[in-house]
Ligand binder design. Structure first.
Ligand SMILES: C[S@@+](CC[C@H](N)C(=O)[O-])C[C@H]1O[C@@H](n2cnc3c(N)ncnc32)[C@H](O)[C@@H]1O
Length: 281
């Protein structure tokens, strides 16, 4: 008798394993729309989606994708992108860029810029650590070189979750460890071991959604585009096209920083300055 009484899980529809065809359908769509190359990562994709799709009551990925692809708006797709993007980042990542930034880039811009604006873009900003690091560097640099430049950093991503966290700007004590003690005092408010960026630093960065597969239609061109550890997830053809869009959106004499683990194809129009640093002549 007792064994015949079904519990809740007996009635719950069981999500079937993701088939190769289902993986292909999803991964082709994600590659075309967001550039992310998921080839060979079926296990990772399934493990990141299984509980979510199962909890939504679907019993196959085909059923879920049918609902996903016919939905108007991007609400459900945003949930998938939040799960499929890799948002690993940390403060002052890749020190060489910060050295170039303060020793070469900013002094050059001081000579070059005749207007009142310095335009910097952190493309694929994840939780904001990258943009806040460069903003803090800039605040430090200009502390004893006052000028009237508007020098906000635009920071963009496709992960809505990452953008929300970036805007919040709250980080665990371990996360702010790489920052100089002086910066922690100048740019953060500490409460119960959580460090939150203060208004001075927050006001230097503007976070927005932007998909790097889309045309770049920002009002101004950039003096520096920072796109690090994003293109590792893209295929060569996607990178070639993205670099051309970056190039068209860069001011003459402006720079592109990429991740040190990344390579951009030889035919790219920028001139290589040093490892992971390129310039538009
Ligand atoms: C590994 S994180 C790198 C973060 C930071 N740039 C760094 O180097 O620490 C890669 C970020 O790129 C974002 N990304 C991936 N594809 C993108 C796309 N098509 N458009 C915009 N951002 C994208 C991801 O959401 C993720 O937050």
């Amino acid at each position: 008798m007792t064994n015949n009484v079904p519990n809740g899980s007996y009635f719950k529809r069981r999500l079937e394993r993701m088939t190769d065809d289902e993986f292909l359908r999803l991964s082709l769509y994600i590659k075309e729309k967001y550039g992310l190359n998921l080839e060979g990562r079926q296990t990772m994709v399934e493990s990141r989606l299984f509980n979510y799709v199962s909890d939504r009551g679907f019993n196959s990925y085909t059923e879920y994708m049918n609902a996903l692809f016919c939905e108007e708006g991007e609400g459900e797709m945003a949930n998938i992108i939040n799960r499929l993007t890799t948002n690993y980042t940390y403060f002052l990542r890749e020190q060489e860029h910060f050295e170039h930034f303060t020793k070469v880039f900013l002094p050059e811009m001081e000579q070059k810029i005749t207007g009142d604006e310095l335009c910097i873009w952190s493309a694929g900003c994840s939780f904001g650590n990258e943009a806040y690091s460069f903003a803090a560097c800039m605040e430090d640099y200009f502390a004893d070189r006052p000028n009237n430049w508007d020098r906000k950093i635009l920071a963009t991503d496709i992960s809505r979750n990452a953008l929300l966290a970036a805007k919040r700007g709250s980080y665990a004590k371990a996360a702010v460890e790489p920052l100089p003690r002086r910066w922690k005092k100048q740019f953060f408010i500490e409460h119960n071991g959580i460090y939150t960026v203060n208004e001075r630093l927050r006001s230097q960065v503007v976070f927005k959604y932007h998909n790097l597969m889309d045309p770049i239609n920002f009002k101004k061109k950039f003096d520096l585009i920072i796109c690090r550890n994003v293109m590792i997830y893209f295929e060569k053809e996607t990178i070639v096209q993205l670099i051309q869009r970056f190039y068209d959106a860069t001011n003459e004499g402006g720079y592109l920083y990429i991740g040190h683990a990344e390579a951009i194809p030889a035919e790219c129009p920028y001139k290589r300055v040093q490892s992971a640093i390129y310039r538009k002549e």
